[in-house]
Design a protein around this ligand. Structure first.
Ligand code: MN
Length: 489
């Protein structure tokens, strides 16, 4: 390669035009990342710095040089021929000229220790330590961020137990509930990276496929859904399972028997119902998202959050708090997110990934749902028959957020999404805008969830589900208006 490139000056300059543009783009990206992380000093090694006229971009320019004969001798020792060396050397600017343009020159003609000591001198001469200690501009503008307060003691104790159990594992398989959401998926991705960073094998197996838009979070982590052929190997190689964002056997689909066989830990933030699925379970409904609990686990021993972990945790917390709109959005959730931003999460990019892009199928599904909108005395609903996805070309992920349309209607206490899965199965999602407790309504029908967001799967057709649900909801919502408790406006 070197021989071809340095034999033809014209071809080389064409190649450099292509390569240098690509390198410049990557450099700019990496610099943005580092600055976002609060890094104050970046050291770059650029062989053609002066030749490409980039020296003006740098605060300090250091030339590392050695006598030409010594350089040639060392190149030959590394397997170069003398001709190769001469060709490369001739393509570079005269070393004397380079040295005259530098702020500092290090002659690298002795031992590695000599080189290190020369580098230290330069570092001191340019005041490197003081620059590195200086608070970053972005921090000083915003004032120093409030630290995240430590988790409540019971949570901390459970996390310590979980940490010890996980650090004793060799290969962990992480999973979450069927139809993985941003919280379940982001929590898996962040925890998998934390495990990998500790030399513990980590793989992800989901009961059903995860949405495509999240897949960028798990680059480099082995992953499969339960029915894919690769799942078998990932499950049989594991010695521990981590179940995230659910503690219910019924929500693990075909993975429930594997959870029982492998054992491990559960980390969840839903109100605890039913027995613990694993021998160690953290079920803490004071957390805004499972992602908050994973943040606490990573930060337990003063651990640093990496950019990739921060991205995954941001998705987890942003999706489960409805982008910081729902009542589970606590001051602590905001302080955690402040740390994630300081780690370099790019908000505008994430907004587009999460909310700013609709497929044609999603648009068509939204239109269909809005076409079915009805309301009555503080309740509004939309309904989709069991062919809605197929007819619009939408996927189940596109259903996310549809239930927010009926609840947006003025004067509404409870918004409902009815979705038929077949002629005799209907899924119902509830959202409460105020004091109406929709968990109670869902629980009365055999479902569950939170006070303001709940759901139930009913073994009846769409129209029967609507009749039964509305009959249950009417007295709940009517009681609010008669007691003057209604908060919707
Ligand atoms: Mn969650």
């Amino acid at each position: 390669m070197r021989r071809i490139v340095f034999a033809d000056a014209k071809a080389r300059s064409r190649l450099e035009r292509v390569v240098h543009a690509g390198v410049a783009r990557l450099r700019a990206q990496r610099l943005d990342e580092l600055v976002g992380q609060g890094v104050a000093v970046v050291v770059e090694e650029i062989p053609l710095l002066f030749e490409t006229g980039m020296e003006g971009d740098f605060g300090v320019v250091v030339v590392v040089d050695a006598d030409r004969d010594l350089r040639r001798e060392l190149a030959v020792a590394r397997g170069w021929t003398e001709t190769d060396f001469d060709a490369v050397d001739a393509a570079q600017m005269d070393p004397n000229h380079k040295r005259s343009k530098a702020d500092h020159v290090i002659m690298n003609e002795g031992s590695v220790e000599d080189l290190a000591s020369a580098a230290r001198h330069v570092w001191e001469a340019v005041g490197g330590a003081e620059i590195a200690d200086r608070p970053m501009a972005r921090h000083s503008q915003a004032g120093s961020p409030q630290p995240v307060e430590p988790p409540p003691p019971p949570r901390r104790q459970a996390l310590e137990q979980i940490r010890d159990r996980l650090l004793a594992a060799r290969r962990v398989v992480l999973t979450t509930h069927v139809n993985p959401d941003g919280d379940g998926y982001g929590s898996m991705a962040a925890l998998a990276r934390w495990l990998q960073g500790r030399g513990i094998g980590a793989a992800i197996v989901t009961p059903t496929p995860a949405p495509d838009y999240l897949s960028f979070l798990t680059e480099g982590i082995p992953e499969a859904h339960a029915r894919a052929p690769e799942a078998e190997a990932l499950l049989s190689e594991a010695d521990t399972m981590v179940v995230l964002d659910t503690a219910e056997r019924g929500r693990l689909g075909g993975l429930a028997p594997h959870a029982e066989r492998l054992g491990g830990v559960v980390i969840d933030h839903h109100p605890p119902t039913g027995p613990d699925l694993m021998e160690i379970a953290l079920r803490d409904s004071t957390a805004c998202a499972t992602g908050e609990l994973i943040y606490d686990l990573i930060a337990l021993d003063g651990g640093e959050i990496t950019l990739k972990q921060a991205q995954a945790l941001y998705i987890a917390i942003a999706t489960d708090t409805g982008s910081f709109r729902f009542t589970n959005t606590t001051p602590r959730a905001h302080r955690i997110v402040a740390e994630l931003l300081a780690a370099g999460v790019d908000l505008s990019e994430f907004y587009r990934v999460l909310y700013g892009t609709f497929s044609m199928g999603r648009m068509a599904l939204t239109k269909l749902a809005l076409g079915s909108l009805q309301s009555e005395g503080g309740i509004a609903w939309v309904a989709l028959d069991h062919r809605a996805l197929q007819r619009t070309g939408a996927t189940w992920e596109d259903l996310e957020g549809l239930v927010d349309f009926p609840r947006r209607l003025q004067g509404i206490e409870v918004g409902v999404l009815f979705r038929a899965l077949s002629h005799n199965r209907t899924k119902v999602s509830f959202r409460s805008n105020g004091p109406a407790d929709v968990q109670e309504v869902a629980a009365g029908l055999g479902g569950g969830g939170h006070e303001k967001a709940s759901g139930v799967l009913m073994e009846v057709g769409l129209s029967e589900a609507m009749r039964v649900v509305l009959a249950r909801l009417r007295p709940v919502v009517n009681a609010l208006s008669s007691s003057g408790e209604s908060r919707a406006g």
